[in-house]
Design a protein around this ligand. Structure first.
Ligand SMILES: [Zn+2]
Length: 430
């Protein structure tokens, strides 16, 4: 997955969200409301099965009893397999992250650089996901989307119900901006239905194909991701930072949350009923703002590197944790993870070749002699090789390593951090 190289086409699926299902008359959607809990319960049964005893299989034979039709049953199995598959992938990544942390811990213990407060990493087994929200990923066998001939509505949804051969007909009206977006596009036949407190919502999607336009053999620019510099390129440029304004805002926000928590405690003691929420709205705003700044930085980086192909790091949970910890948790890992996602998205959208490479030791490896050592980093900004003495900005060294890792088949073949370190040290010795 990390080394995917597609040469020609990139298919982007775009969603058209927030289409409200109109309840033309009261009780119109009752048949859908009846179906929802049955669907959810069966989906949960398969999710549990696929997360525990069996491998997630979209074409698994039906094994549970349900009042749903066979077609609906198939849809449930497909959706459950998808949920279980991503849960299994995330769990496996987290477990690998734990093993990497453990390796780091023992390495630091061995070379005497272990911080006295650092605890040995432990693993807590994940719970099987519990489905709470009603989300139905339906295909055309159970929910058919048909263009409306009538000008009042855009589409009709024909939904199969619990009752044999009885279909529910729901009119769909698009907002003007939705209509503009889908103009001339072919809407995909599979749709998503979500039930919220506010009612039923429909999501449509359509595909767009973008050609990769980067010529073969285009020069590679490596991208290092960080907090002091959101993006550093191997061409020696920096884009965006969490320092300065964003950091000030984050500090203010943290203070605000602390004061709120204090007030809450105080009110609880007095037995007050309405307590101020500790989830801070300004925190959410800050998070959104960080993402906007990241988007701006990535955009600018793309604009200034036309004609290049890109290499960026595949950020594992462990790497993100490491990078964030290194900067005193200035920024939540989820925000840092937004950078590679944004790079991948921009590349796909613009038809630029971008390859994600393994990031292990990219910040500790000397790009000149390949010597790997934590001590090659005397401080956050500086890389200074303990063997050959090569000195350069730390992020630039990492970006250069990342650029060099494109098409490095030996490195791609390494299955864990240990193998990568052994390979790099063999190269150093050579
Ligand atoms: Zn060196």
């Amino acid at each position: 997955m990390t080394q995917r190289r597609q040469r020609n086409l990139e298919k982007l699926t775009k969603a058209v969200t927030h289409i409200r299902l109109i309840e033309a008359n009261p009780g119109k959607l009752a048949a859908l409301d009846e179906l929802a809990p049955v669907y959810l319960a069966l989906c949960q049964q398969y999710v549990t099965l696929f997360c525990t005893d069996e491998h997630p299989d979209k074409f698994h034979a039906p094994v549970f009893v349900t009042p749903l039709s066979e077609r609906w049953h198939r849809v449930v199995i497909q959706q459950a397999a998808g949920i279980a598959q991503s849960w299994r992938t995330n769990r496996a990544n987290a477990y690998q992250g734990y093993l990497d942390d453990l390796l780091d811990y023992h390495e630091q213990q061995a070379d005497g650089t272990l911080d006295a407060q650092t605890k040995e990493p432990t693993w807590k087994e994940w719970d099987v996901p519990a489905l709470r929200q009603i989300c139905i990923q339906a295909n055309t066998n159970v929910v058919a989307l048909e263009p409306s001939q009538d000008s009042t509505f855009d589409y009709w949804l024909k939904i199969s119900t619990l009752e044999f051969r009885k279909q529910l007909l729901v009119p769909v009206k698009l907002a003007d901006y939705h209509r503009q977006t889908v103009k001339g596009k072919t809407i995909n036949t599979s749709v998503t239905l979500n039930k919220r407190d506010t009612g039923w919502w429909l999501t449509l999607s359509y595909d767009e194909v973008v050609m990769v336009q980067t010529p073969l053999g285009a020069p590679v620019v490596g991208i290092d991701v960080g907090i002091a510099n959101f993006v550093t390129t191997s061409t020696g440029k920096h884009y965006g930072t969490f320092h300065g304004k964003l950091r000030e805002r984050q500090k203010r926000d943290r203070g605000k949350r602390r004061r709120k928590a204090k007030l809450r405690k105080c009110l609880e003691k007095k037995g007050g009923k309405t307590l101020p929420s500790t989830t801070s709205r300004s925190g959410q705003r800050l998070s959104r703002h960080v993402r906007q700044e990241i988007n701006r930085a990535v955009n600018q980086c793309f604009q200034e590197h036309q004609g290049y192909q890109l290499a960026y790091e595949h950020l594992s949970v462990a790497t993100m944790k490491h990078k964030v910890r290194a900067m005193n948790s200035y920024m939540r890992a989820s925000n840092l993870g937004h950078i590679p996602k944004q790079i991948a998205w921009n590349a796909a959208k613009r038809g630029v070749q971008a390859t994600s490479v393994k990031s292990a030791y990219s910040s500790q490896e000397c790009h000149v002699c390949h010597y790997v050592d934590r001590k090659n980093r005397p401080n956050q900004h500086t890389f200074c090789c303990r063997v050959c003495g090569h000195q350069v900005h730390a992020d630039l060294n990492a970006a250069t390593n990342i650029a060099q890792r494109v098409g490095d088949t030996e490195l791609i073949a390494c299955t864990d951090k240990k193998a990568i370190k052994a390979l790099l040290m063999r190269r150093h010795d050579a």
